[in-house]
Design a protein around this ligand. Structure first.
Ligand code: NAD
Length: 276
């Protein structure tokens, strides 16, 4: 009997998510019996739980804002990475056990390796210390990069720096005032925008792009639109660029792989994204 995969995305304001189409198209290409639906917390009772959805047939979950930390208390087990990050974006179901994972950080890293192979990443600046910035900074620290983290809210960057230092005592991780980002770029190999600045409804640039040089690489987490003002400036400067679609597609591929045991095709998923 073929396995039936019934996956759901849990979060608020997820009506426009690309994930159902990204997952279902790739699953169809892989020959899987796989559906991916939306469970919008705005339309669910406050006491609703993942277990209820499992009772109704769900076989796995993606979890997004604002539930990535809130679901932790419902889980029986955490992968080491999810534990270290304190955030879960994927939940697998094993019998009656719910297991939390995080494919945001591994997704960022595989997107970076796939999209910008061979770039130097000894020193990297991460702008934005929220959910996306935590995953990006964690992934970069794991590779051994020296990471400087800036956030418009210094308490958020200081908190992330403290958490990463505790987990990686050997690593070099520093907090950076946002106004110091251009100066820090003088000694960095690359920079990642992990703020919402550049997305639809949040126009502008997360930092003064005048400090970019052709030797820099620039990565975005913003994927709506795929071409942000930051990436346009970076391309005009001659920088190597990675758009936010890379992380989006790679984390979706990692979740799909984790929940089904198959090997999704990143290039095919990227083509799907460009058609959405
Ligand atoms: P968040 O609210 O958790 O964090 C955003 C952080 O950016 C906050 O700490 C905020 O203080 C900071 N910030 C805002 N403006 C800034 C500025 N000008 N300079 C410095 N810091 C600034 O949000 P999040 O969940 O991390 O999401 C951020 C963006 O990442 C969103 O656009 C989201 O769509 C995108 N995202 C993409 C992926 C992907 O797979 N590509 C995954 C997760 C999130």
């Amino acid at each position: 009997v073929p396995v039936r995969h019934r996956v759901a995305l849990v979060g608020a304001g997820i009506g426009g998510s690309f994930s159902p189409a990204l997952h279902e198209r790739e699953a169809a290409a892989l020959g899987l019996d796989y559906t991916y639906r939306l469970l919008d917390l705005d339309h669910l009772p406050a006491r609703w739980t993942l277990r209820e959805a499992v009772g109704e047939g769900a076989t796995g979950f993606n979890v997004t804002h604002p539930a990535k930390q809130a679901v932790l208390e419902q889980l029986d087990e955490l992968s080491p990475d999810a534990r270290a990050l304190g955030a879960v974006n994927t939940v697998s179901v094993d019998g009656d056990r719910l297991i939390g994972h995080n494919t945001d950080h591994s997704g960022f890293l595989s997107g970076l390796r796939h999209g910008l192979p061979d770039v130097r990443q000894d020193r990297v600046v991460v702008v934005g210390a929220g959910g996306a910035g935590s995953a990006v900074a964690y992934a970069l620290v794991v590779t051994g990069a020296v990471v400087a983290i800036a956030d418009a809210d210094p308490a958020r960057s200081e908190d992330l720096v403290a958490r990463l230092r505790e987990r990686f005592p050997e690593a070099t991780i520093t907090g950076l005032p946002v106004e110091r980002v251009p100066a820090e770029l003088a000694r960095a190999d690359g920079v990642v925008n992990a703020t919402p600045i550049g997305m639809t409804g949040h126009p502008g640039r997360p930092f003064d792009t005048g400090a970019l040089e052709p030797r820099h690489w620039v990565a975005e987490v913003v994927y709506r639109p795929l071409s942000t003002a930051l990436l346009q400036d970076a391309r005009a400067t001659g920088c190597r660029c990675l758009d936010g679609g890379a992380m989006l597609v790679s984390q979706a591929a990692r979740t799909l792989a984790l929940l089904t045991g198959t090997t999704p095709d990143l290039d095919r998923m990227r083509r799907h994204l460009s058609e959405l």
